[in-house]
Design a protein around this ligand. Structure first.
Ligand SMILES: Cc1cc2nc3c(=O)[nH]c(=O)nc-3n(C[C@H](O)[C@H](O)[C@H](O)COP(=O)(O)OP(=O)(O)OC[C@H]3O[C@@H](n4cnc5c(N)ncnc54)[C@H](O)[C@@H]3O)c2cc1C
Length: 492
């Protein structure tokens, strides 16, 4: 048995409860040295974006506090993971390292290589469960292939026994080593943006395990039983806002599942309310997104449906800029883009609307939109973001066909009927009546004057004519299909 402490290497599991790696470290019977290694290189082309780094800072600060109240610390190191773990083993005499699995391709490959190298050097490695219900390798359809459609995928998962959390709470104390290895100061990492960009990010949630549980409990009390209807209305606080917590592992899907079951039992609604059921299905979409990323690791950059690689996008920086800045002239799109920039979060319905507008009405490549989301979402998640963008562009798994084009005016009128969401994020339109707020260009001059709006000055005209955008997208699709058919026939 080893003489030194056991290293507990945190990653995408910034919590103390339901943490298999932590349980293994404590179970080793040795003092425990918790560490977090910032290794941006290991994330491949996807190191955390600006807003996600802000959340990471908060989450690490919370974990530090939580560990300190248990008589422990969080040692922060920066650099290549294997090198840092080797250095920590030699500084502390540790002969065992524990961590939990990650399922993103680059990080998973790194962890496998680190594990092999450490084991070769005689260091024991214990790897615990990651942020999914099931190992995606074990989830396959009847032909042994990965699923590409959500409903059979989720049915398959639901027919298995859902794993339960390994512990309801974190340990009260963690055995500390006699000597702590050196660590860096979190402030020195500069994870928070230097600009005042993040002033309103706390609206998207309080990072850390305690904040995550508060949000979950608040969601149960406030919205869960009405989630099936309210979740589509961006003006309401009708969703859980747990996406960043699930991404950083402040909470596990297992815990969410168990807590929903317990809340349903407590409120006497068994087996579950419709709202609770639909909410768990959304957590199932997260599982599906990770399943796809695991089996199709090139999809953050390339369409799952390979034929879409030749789609004739018309990259245009001026259009993209107007979209990013919330100046497209479509109020629901602009409201969403401004909510994103200011709070680091955007409502799911509006994510679908702005993404569809970007790829269809504006004919911009989905990868560019995904990259902007990556940098500005506090919950930026490679699997969920890839699924969301490929779904919107019609080139992913279970995707809306390309010819189904969201009309941003009708989407606004359907899901924000009183215009409250637009009023909040596009205040220059706040005084317009509900009948005009999603189509200000149709307002009478007197209505515009009464609302204090000068179109083209205070608020832009639409970037593309409402019908023209749709027709242009359909023409691009038809021409592309024609070209592919021609090429196939020519090649035959
Ligand atoms: C274009 C686009 C990009 C997206 N990018 C991301 C992203 O980078 N990170 C991210 O976490 N989600 C992303 N989503 C999915 C979804 O919009 C967010 O998960 C959701 O809005 C987060 O808010 P919430 O926690 O209140 O969700 P809730 O409605 O309360 O749902 C609970 C949880 O289920 C999961 N979930 C919900 N909807 C989806 C979905 N459609 N796909 C996958 N998982 C889902 C999330 O983990 C979420 O926290 C994207 C969606 C689209 C259309």
């Amino acid at each position: 048995m080893s003489e030194g402490p056991t290293l507990l290497c945190f990653g995408r599991d910034l919590r103390l409860a339901d943490n298999e790696a932590l349980r293994a470290a404590v179970g080793s019977g040795r003092p425990v040295v918790p560490v977090f290694i910032l290794d941006a290189e290991a994330e491949g082309n996807w190191p955390p974006g600006g807003a996600a780094r802000w959340w990471l800072h908060g989450s690490l600060a919370a974990l530090q506090r939580d560990l300190e109240t248990r008589g422990s610390r969080l040692v922060l190191r920066r650099g290549e993971r294997l090198e840092q773990l080797r250095a920590l083993c030699s500084e502390t005499g540790a002969r065992m390292v524990c961590w939990n699995r990650v399922f993103e391709p680059a990080a998973a490959a790194r962890d496998a290589a680190v594990r092999a190298a450490l084991e070769c050097e005689g260091v024991a490695v214990s790897v615990g469960a990651g942020q999914l219900f099931f190992d995606p390798e074990e989830v396959r359809n009847q032909s042994g292939r990965p699923f590409q459609v959500f409903t059979p995928f989720w049915r398959h998962c639901r027919n298995r026994t859902m794993p339960t959390p390994v512990s309801a709470a974190g340990p009260r104390t963690l055995p500390a080593p006699a000597h702590w290895p050196r660590g860096e100061a979190l402030e020195g990492w500069g994870l928070r943006p230097a600009l005042r960009w993040a002033a309103e990010f706390p609206e998207s949630g309080v990072p850390g395990e305690t904040g995550a549980w508060r949000r979950l409990e608040d969601f149960f009390a406030r919205a869960m039983d009405r989630y099936d209807g309210d979740r589509n209305q961006p003006a309401l606080d009708g969703t859980s806002r747990l996406s960043a917590a699930l991404h950083f592992g402040e909470l596990t899907p297992r815990q969410v599942w168990a807590a929903v079951e317990a809340a349903s039992r407590e409120s006497g609604v068994m087996p579950r309310s419709r709202g609770a059921q639909v909410f768990l299905d959304e957590v199932g979409w997260r599982e599906f997104a990770h399943h796809l990323l695991w089996h199709f690791p090139a999809t953050p950059a390339e369409p799952l449906r390979a034929e879409y690689a030749s789609f004739p996008w018309r990259r245009d920086e001026a259009l993209q800029r107007a979209w990013r800045e919330g100046r497209t002239g479509y109020p629901i799109v602009d409201a969403g883009m401004r909510q994103l920039w200011r709070t680091g979060w955007m409502h799911n319905r509006v994510r679908m609307v702005v993404a569809s507008f970007f790829v269809k009405q504006l004919l911009q490549p989905w990868q560019d939109g995904a990259a902007w989301f990556w940098d500005t979402l506090v919950d930026a998640d490679l699997a969920n973001n890839t699924l969301g963008w490929q779904w919107s562009a019609g080139c992913g798994a279970d995707a809306a066909p390309y010819f189904r084009i969201f009309n941003p005016v009708l989407q606004g009128e359907k899901f924000d009927p009183a215009g409250d969401y637009v009023r909040r994020w596009v205040p220059e339109l706040a005084q317009l009546p509900a009948a005009r707020i999603h189509r200000p260009w149709e307002a009478e001059p007197l209505e515009l004057a009464a609302a204090g709006v000068r179109l083209g000055a205070d608020y832009p005209y639409p970037l593309v004519e409402p019908k023209a955008g749709r027709e242009r997208a359909l023409q691009a699709l038809a021409a592309w299909r024609q070209g592919r058919l021609g090429a196939q026939e020519g090649g035959a």
